[in-house]
Design a protein around this ligand. Structure first.
Ligand code: ADQ
Length: 489
């Protein structure tokens, strides 16, 4: 077998995402410190054995000098990572501007920025130009490393222009694109000034994937209504070329979480947490601090629950972890102050000298701490206003084998389609409904909890991130083969 493996090199998979799964920090002696972040995508690809994966993306650091670029490229090569160098202005216009200020809110149904229409239009144009320029820079790097037979998998809303740039270089390149956010209704997408150009460039891919069937359907509708193309059960057809469009729901590496619970370090964290919250039920929220996660709405629902149920006031605690992201975008700074203000008010109102009802942490937790927290939780609250999938809900379920806690889950998270039967589904905008669901979850009989948990646990442990990645990549391979066969016939 080993001999065979040597003689037949594995097919290469080029994974292109805005950020590499590595953070680079330049040291005083001009060498580089690299920190790997084991996110969902990394663990998903670790499980794919038949491909040899390479990463292409931005390392999250500005490296203006050639010497630095050369040494970083060399250091990253050992981690199978290839950097795309973006200067500060491009990052500001492309990443902070077009990606995070325009596409992200729009795809989550929060609309386009409206403050000052003229200024917005002008900055929109320059940000879109920077977006295209950045995507072209990614394409240049992919093209420079591409070898015949490689499969190229582009990720997310940052790189919607990339499939077209790649096909312009080489029509034979196998290109897939996957969106991690929702794709909104075509009525929302059509408000975007660059709506047609973006759709057309995504359609240049051979396979286009979404978390849910609904997002895929919205995308096909946008192509038929905005571009006037034909939607088929398999995707979108344009002048005889079919772009396959399908749902590929992501999962997690559930075994990694299940195994972690057996570690002494995690057990020690659990013991500490149990002592800390003795006599109280633990409710948990874990989110990036982002408008889409519905954190203020969640906390207001918890306040309403305490208001209406005085007996619970010293018997329950809400632990809300909200790690700040995109801190240089003003809306995110406003959200952070808003959350702090609401938490302060509620703790002032319902706290005592010895305990407060909400523990709010705005920092990232280390993996083992996070697992321990998931495991000691009685009720998890995932109340995203919109969310592509939401992996926190999956991670919570994976860590609940012994406790069998309850998941309250937004019907606007993609996860509602997979974990809906086991969770309590809520409309996160309806604070009264969320408050009464908290009461229901805290008093749910053990047999009902067990039944709901079993449903969700079976799903989470069988629909893993590895399976997700494998399915997408093998379908991408097959799609192209099919297309080539059609041409030959
Ligand atoms: P995110 O919006 O980042 O992802 P989510 O899917 O919940 O949302 O993933 C967050 C990840 O970050 C989880 O793995 C979680 O453990 C971790 N995390 C969050 N807060 C943390 C903290 N304080 N400390 C440590 N870890 C923390 C985007 C889309 C989602 C989609 C994913 C994957 O917005 O809808 O599910 O991509 O496609």
């Amino acid at each position: 077998l080993e001999k065979q493996d040597v003689r037949v090199p594995k097919q290469r998979l080029l994974v292109v995402a805005n950020r590499l799964p590595v953070s680079a920090i330049r040291k005083d002696d001009d060498s580089w410190g690299l920190e790997i972040s084991v996110g969902g995508l990394v663990s998903a690809l670790l499980g794919i054995n038949e491909f040899e994966a390479r990463w292409i993306g931005w390392a999250g650091v500005n490296v203006p000098d050639e010497v630095g670029q050369r040494s970083l490229t060399k250091a990253l090569a050992e981690k199978r990572c290839i950097p795309v160098f973006l200067d500060e202005e491009i990052v500001h216009q492309y990443y902070n501007g077009y990606c995070n200020n325009i596409l992200w809110p729009l795809f989550h149904y929060l609309g386009l920025p409206q403050e000052d229409r003229l200024a917005t239009t002008r900055s929109f144009q320059s940000q879109f130009a920077a977006y295209k320029e950045a995507n072209q820079m990614f394409a240049d790097v992919v093209n420079a490393h591409y070898r015949e037979g490689d499969v190229v998998w582009c990720h997310d809303y940052h790189l919607m222009f990339l499939p077209k740039c790649l096909k312009d270089y080489n029509r034979k390149m196998k290109v897939g694109w996957f969106l991690h956010t929702p794709f909104p209704s075509s009525e929302i997408h059509r408000t975007l000034p660059s709506r047609s150009e973006l759709l057309r460039s995504v359609l240049a891919a051979d396979l286009v994937g979404f978390h849910t069937y609904d997002y895929a359907r919205h995308f096909v509708s946008a192509c038929t209504r905005i571009l006037g193309l034909e939607g088929t059960p398999d995707g979108v057809e344009d002048q005889g070329k079919l772009t396959r469009v399908a749902a590929f729901p992501i999962g997690i590496d559930s075994e990694r979480f299940i195994r972690a619970l057996e570690l002494d370090v995690v057990k020690a964290h659990m013991k500490q947490l149990k002592e800390r919250f003795a006599g109280r039920k633990v409710m948990l929220g874990v989110d990036r601090l982002d408008m889409i996660k519905g954190i203020p709405q969640k906390i207001l629902a918890f306040e309403k629950f305490l208001e209406e149920n005085p007996v619970w006031r010293d018997k329950v605690v809400l632990v809300q972890i909200a790690v700040p992201t995109r801190t240089d975008v003003p809306e995110y700074q406003k959200l952070s102050s808003q959350v702090h203000e609401i938490v302060g008010r509620i703790n002032g109102r319902f706290g005592s000298l010895t305990a407060v009802p909400i523990h709010h942490l705005d920092r990232s937790l280390e993996f083992h701490e996070l697992c321990a927290l998931y495991a000691v939780t009685d009720v998890a609250l995932v109340t995203s206003l919109r969310d592509g999938m939401n992996l926190v809900s999956y991670e919570f379920v994976a860590c609940q084998a012994s406790k069998k806690g309850v998941l309250i889950l937004s019907e606007f998270a993609g996860a509602a389609q997979s974990l809906g039967a086991g969770a309590i589904l809520v409309n996160p905008w309806n604070i009264t409904e969320v408050a009464s669901s908290i009461g229901y979850a805290l008093t749910m009989p053990a047999d009902e909890r067990e039944k709901r948990h079993r449903h969700n646990f079976t799903h989470v442990s069988t629909h893993t991130s590895q399976e997700w990645a494998e399915t997408f990549v093998s379908e991408l391979n097959d799609t192209v083969v099919e297309a080539q066969l059609r041409i030959r016939q």
